[in-house]
Design a protein around this ligand. Structure first.
Ligand code: COA
Ligand code: AMP
Length: 630
């Protein structure tokens, strides 16, 4: 069947489409129907089924006789080690960890925060939670104590599983002080913490609260898989919104299983036994869907990579991993390729490795710029497939579905909507726009299985953030267009979210931190274009009247404050002190115009601007730090 036939087939009978996809899952109680619209505009999928995610990701492959197949490969150029775990071993390790968690009182529905670097134990911790129906929430290691504390308070975990440290090039990230600091800051205290000690730094445990990863598993009864209801939350993943309070995206169990399994063949063209590598981090949605769950549910081998595209040790690392493990499909963010291209523009490292196993490169997480796509295509000699999705959806909204039909690639477009998504481009009044016109991208409700049914403990926020602007639609927060052939183009965000090295960050959250500095009266943060990371945050500070400290001192403190409060991942390194911020007459800060000035682009003088002269001041200040070239 062609893509068009599959898509139209879904559209004419979504219920039949998803019930058929559900056949690929091992159910304890099969669903009697797919969609539950009894509470519209909130939807659920496979509500009356009972199922266990860990069974489908691990045990069933062992039962089917594939226990000796490698499930996970930990490849860590940072520690110079590689370690393989078979499905049979994974089952043993996960059931023991799950048993130990249960022995300490963790039950179905309890939340467990996981704060770990790229070690296989992070994936095992996720699966162990799924095994007993506990709801995990993985927090990215590049977030600081304060961000961890916000998440602890929001989901009130019974337990936190953390590593003693993470390893960044040239620096050990001491997780334990961050964890202790976060628990100190948080009001909701976990009952206990499990610490995975790494040899690079053995952390001191707090008596009565912390247990050792290995020690607490000694002699426990391994846990079997506990079936849960179809709409039971598999996990919560916090993502940036427009304020400092992150949104807790809820992932429903059954829809997640069905949708991810469907994507592994239909989008990624993966068959059981083949090697899939998502070079991301378990702290992001890409890591959840395509380092942990997707490949394992489909019986693939998945790579847990602890390194960077460059500098660990060089720009050939990706090629070395592909060659060593016979990777069929690589999935990463364009920024990783920009980093490699910058170090090795001629692709000289490529010649050193046998890349014959590689069939496709998938890119997502940020806009894939044509230069990067063309360079990758040229150097690797394989199709480069851009696809577009979000933490909220958990899998691609638009892609080129290789396992169904390889459609012509149009550079600059993540191709076409996937079954489940009726994508529309709307004007401000919510009316669909003609082909080729730019507008807000929205998806007609209901969203497909596996996408967020709500936000954790925040149903009203879910409705106001996603469902209220365009009644009957899910608002993606992205703007773009659809061309004559039905290909989508994603051009920009419609909110304060910026994308830095494939990491989704909120300028609003950074503004909240800056505003807390004692000398800052008012501030704004924008995302300026960056050749490597796509965007970089840039701060504008207006100091309090009477502040007579040097600007550089205040800027340095603000940079340090964002790193301390949000974390190094914010990559907030530049700010300028200005007298005033450009505003409309009604007081709205003209961030869009500031972005254009920073990027040295032409801009139209906003008709509603309060005082046009401010823009010249902004330009001058930006020129002082290398932006807004004349
Ligand atoms: N734990 C602690 N700190 C972390 C971290 C983690 N897991 N991940 C990143 N950081 C730190 C970095 O060390 C860096 O610190 P620094 O300011 O002291 O240098 C800071 O956060 C910013 O990180 P990043 O923006 O990633 O920059 P980088 O210079 O370390 O690496 C790239 C740049 C492009 C190589 C890197 O971003 C990359 O490999 N991206 C690949 C794509 C990806 O992972 N996307 C995720 C979603 S798909
Ligand atoms: P995240 O939730 O971290 O996955 O970030 C999702 C956001 O990243 C989307 O809403 C887009 O703004 C952006 N994004 C992700 N993939 C793409 C893509 N292929 N092209 C353009 N933007 C993308």
């Amino acid at each position: 069947m062609s893509y068009r036939e599959v898509y139209e087939g879904w559209k004419s009978d979504p219920e039949a489409f998803w019930m058929k996809a559900a056949d690929a899952i091992d159910w304890d109680t099969p669903p009697s129907r797919a969609l539950n619209d009894s509470n519209a505009p909130l939807y659920e999928w496979f509500t009356d089924a009972r199922v266990n995610t860990c069974w489908n990701a691990v045990d069933r492959h062992v039962k089917a006789g594939r226990g000796d197949q490698v499930a996970l490969i930990h490849d860590s150029p940072i520690t110079n080690s590689t370690h393989k775990i078979t499905y049979a071993a994974l089952k043993d390790r996960v059931s023991r960890l799950a048993g130990a968690l249960r022995a300490k009182g963790v039950e179905t529905g309890d939340r467990v925060i996981i704060y770990m670097p790229m070690v296989p134990e992070a994936v095992e911790a996720m699966l162990a939670c799924a095994r007993i129906g506990a709801i995990h929430s993985v927090v990215f290691g590049g977030f600081a104590a304060n961000e961890l504390a916000v998440r602890i308070d929001d989901c009130a975990p019974k337990c936190i599983i953390a590593a003693s440290c993470g390893l960044e090039p040239g620096r050990v990230v001491h997780y334990k002080p961050l964890l202790d600091g976060a628990i100190e800051l948080a009001e909701a205290k976990p009952e206990f913490c499990v610490i995975f000690q790494r040899e690079q730094q053995v952390a001191e445990l707090i008596d009565g609260r912390d247990v050792d990863w290995h020690g607490f598993q000694a002699g426990v009864e391994p846990a079997d898989c506990v079936p849960v209801e179809g709409d039971h939350p598999a996990y919560i993943l916090y993502t940036s919104g427009t304020t400092g309070q992150p949104k807790g995206v809820v992932r429903p169990t059954a829809g997640h299983l069905v949708a991810l399994h469907w994507t592994m063949k239909s989008i990624y063209d993966m068959d059981p036994g083949e090697v899939f590598w998502a070079a991301s981090d378990v702290g992001w949605v890409v890591g959840h869907s395509y380092i942990c769950y997707g490949p394992l549910i489909a019986g693939n081998t998945s790579i847990v990579f602890e390194g960077k595209p460059v500098g660990t040790p060089d720009a050939g690392t990706f090629w070395r991993v592909i060659a060593d493990h016979k990777v069929k499909s690589l999935f990463t963010a364009p920024t990783a390729f920009r980093a490699i291209k910058r170090e090795d523009p001629k692709g000289e490292f490529l010649g050193k490795y046998d890349l014959s196993s590689l069939e496709t490169l998938f890119l997502a997480g940020e806009r894939a710029d044509p230069d990067t796509i063309e360079w990758a295509q040229d150097k690797l000699g394989v199709p480069v497939i851009d696809h577009w999705w979000q933490t909220e959806t958990g899998f691609a909204i638009a892609a080129n579905p290789l396992g169904i039909e390889k459609l012509p690639v149009k550079i600059g477009s993540p191709s076409v909507p996937m079954p489940g998504y009726d994508v529309q481009v709307l004007n401000d009044e919510g009316h669909p726009l003609p082909k080729g016109e730019l507008g807000a991208i929205a998806v007609k409700l209901p969203l497909p299985p596996g996408t967020l049914p709500t936000l954790w403990n925040a149903e009203e926020r879910f409705k106001s953030s996603y469902l209220s602007t365009f009644p009957g639609y899910y608002e993606t927060g992205d703007a773009g267009m659809i061309d004559e052939d039905g290909y989508l183009y994603i051009m920009a965000r419609t909110d304060d979210v910026i994308n830095v090295a494939g990491h989704r960050l909120s300028t609003g959250a950074m503004e909240e931190v800056l505003a807390s500095h004692r000398d800052v009266a008012e501030c704004a943060v924008i995302g300026a274009t960056d050749a490597l990371k796509g965007q970089l945050p840039l701060g504008f500070l207006c100091t309090n009247a009477g502040t007579n400290r040097p600007d550089e001192e205040i800027v340095a403190e603000c940079v340090a404050l964002v790193r301390e409060k949000i974390g190094p991942v914010a990559a907030f390194k530049h700010a300028v002190v200005v007298d005033r911020l450009p505003k409309t007459r009604s007081g709205k800060i003209l961030r869009g115009t500031m972005v254009k000035i920073a990027d040295s682009q032409d801009y139209k003088m906003p008709a509603t601007i309060d005082d046009p002269a401010i823009l010249d001041e902004i330009k001058l200040a930006l020129q002082g730090i290398g932006y807004a070239k004349a």
